[in-house]
Design a protein around this ligand. Structure first.
Ligand SMILES: Cc1cc2nc3c(=O)[nH]c(=O)nc-3n(C[C@H](O)[C@H](O)[C@H](O)COP(=O)(O)OP(=O)(O)OC[C@H]3O[C@@H](n4cnc5c(N)ncnc54)[C@H](O)[C@@H]3O)c2cc1C
Ligand code: FES
Ligand code: FES
Length: 465
């Protein structure tokens, strides 16, 4: 077997002897690349941000900034990583570094290399058409000196720099070849397709599956768990495609949310709203729908939206596939119908898409926060009468739920205040909210009905969006 390595700033670093549970952040710092810092070790601050060279949905190479505290070093075997150290030198700064100096954006220095990584990826982003606050939204400046940092980002010309980094993007990104790695009795696999995945799982039935790792890595960094065997789904080609035909859109369970956003955000504006409120760009560059669904948190943000869109899941195991409605996938708190060694292969969104669909997220902070309650509603009207209705909630029960009784109350009725009242009466019996530090059961119960009322009013003629 050839030696495993990761290429960092153009130099190969061996991955031999690296524990599969080691984060890319600690791997880099252990090799003297101490620009990336550990601030929170849970994806919240961006002090650890670095840049990867990835294949995007157009099959082109692109720079993507990620939180290296949530990426496993061995999962980056054969991949290219750039850190702030590799972007410029003291005597030849990269334009984003110069901009930070000129605008006095580097105040403490602790968070600066992470900001530089996010800014670097942003200046080469092909769709960039102006200052996008999201580009640095995953990076915290604890001394709150955001204005000069924002000014630095704003001062950068729209055209990407014409330099060796731009030239690099003309070549394909490194492929996700199959990887097998062992350190002591700890094993890591990155199969390249489903057949290889199921063969690995037959030998390693208790392996911890890893997609983007934004949930799994927290087990390592916050709970100090160490997994004897980790299987990354990142290389499994069948999980990374996004296909569309007349019947449905099929989103591979391993497609990063940022790519879904770029591909479907305009076609399905409710997805645009969802992703806009889903953590930060740094997280969405890694997080997947498969991870969000199988994590099965009652406050996961994608389940209400996918339930409202009538999503189905394609589940796969060695013996074959089955397609099941998402409504029914969650069986209890953090539990699903997945059988042992069965995975989610794709999320299928049947057509036609509902013409009226909205997502609402109630959280303490508008952006980059965890939901207290989330709701997604989709209705189809025919001459002012409700033809179909799907009302879905997160954060109001042990699992994400559909409010079937309220849906029944709406279907066949005109979309009027009177029908809304009937639905609200049915909703009052829905959910089993609990009290926690994010909100009381009474508050959550109130949100169940208020959000539907808001949806109703926002969908009335003359309402300013
Ligand atoms: C800072 C931060 C902010 C966050 N903000 C939000 C937010 O706003 N909203 C929200 O909903 N979530 C949020 N999350 C949670 C997390 O980002 C999401 O749940 C994400 O979608 C998980 O996807 P992943 O690919 O990273 O999953 P992973 O961590 O790789 O995996 C999660 C679980 O799913 C399993 N799994 C993954 N893919 C598959 C598959 N295809 N088949 C079978 N099992 C699979 C894994 O084994 C694991 O059990 C946040 C997390 C962090 C760290
Ligand atoms: S250390 Fe804070 S996001 Fe990684
Ligand atoms: S400049 Fe680093 S925390 Fe503000």
């Amino acid at each position: 077997m050839s030696e495993l390595y990761v290429q960092v700033n153009g130099r190969r670093h061996s991955l031999e002897g690296v524990d599969p549970n080691t984060s890319l952040l600690w791997f880099l710092r252990g090799r003297g690349l101490t620009g990336a810092k550990e601030g929170c070790a849970e994806g919240e601050c961006g002090a650890c941000a670095v840049v990867l060279v990835r294949t995007d949905e157009r099959n082109q190479a692109r720079y993507e900034a990620v939180n290296s505290c949530l990426v496993l070093a061995v999962a980056m075997a054969g991949q290219e990583v750039l850190t702030a150290e590799g972007m410029g030198r003291k005597d030849a700064l990269h334009p984003v570094q110069s901009a930070m100096v000129e605008q006095a954006g580097s105040q403490c220095g602790y968070c600066t290399p992470g900001f530089i990584a996010s800014m670097f990826a942003e200046v080469y982003r092909p769709e960039r058409d102006g200052y996008d606050p999201e580009s640095i939204g995953g990076n915290l400046c604890r001394c709150t000196g955001y204005r000069p940092i924002r000014d630095a980002m704003r001062s950068l010309p729209l055209a990407p720099p014409e330099d060796r980094f731009a030239e690099r993007l003309a070549q394909p990104a490194p492929p996700m070849a199959s990887v097998r790695h062992q350190h002591g009795d700890r094993r890591f696999y990155r199969p390249a397709d489903l057949d290889e995945l199921f063969a690995v799982l037959a030998d390693e039935p208790d392996a911890r599956l890893l997609a983007g790792g934004t949930d799994v890595a927290i087990e390592l960094t916050q709970r100090y768990e160490r997994h004897p065997c980790i299987v990354s789904l990142e290389g499994v080609a069948e999980l990374r495609s996004l296909d569309e035909d007349d019947e449905a859109v099929s989103i591979g369970a391993g497609v990063p949310l940022t790519q879904i956003e770029r591909r479907l955000g305009e076609k399905l504006p409710v997805l645009h709203t969802l992703f806009n409120l889903f953590s930060s760009r740094l997280i969405r560059n890694r997080a997947t729908l498969g991870g969000n669904l199988v994590n099965a948190s009652p406050i996961g943000d994608s389940p209400p939206v996918l339930l409202a869109l009538g999503a189905e899941l394609v589940l796969a195991k060695r013996e074959g596939e089955r397609t099941v409605p998402l409504d029914g996938f969650f069986t209890g708190y953090r539990q699903t119908i997945l059988a042992p060694q069965e995975i989610v292969r794709a999320v299928r969104l049947p057509k036609p898409f509902p013409t009226i669909a909205r997502f609402f997220k109630v959280s303490k902070r508008e952006m980059d926060d965890i939901s207290t309650v989330a709701a997604a509603f989709a209705i189809e009207l025919d001459g002012g009468v409700v033809k179909t209705a799907r009302l879905a909630y997160g954060g109001v029960a042990a699992t994400p739920i559909r409010a079937h009784e309220a849906e029944k109350a709406l279907v066949g009725s005109p979309w009027t205040e009177a029908s809304l009242r009937t639905a609200v009466a049915a909703l009052e019996k829905a959910g089993t909210p609990m009290t926690d530090h994010r909100g009381s059961a009474a508050y959550r119960r109130a949100m169940i009905t208020r959000l539907l009322e808001r949806f109703f009013h926002e969908t009335q003629e003359g309402h300013a969006a």
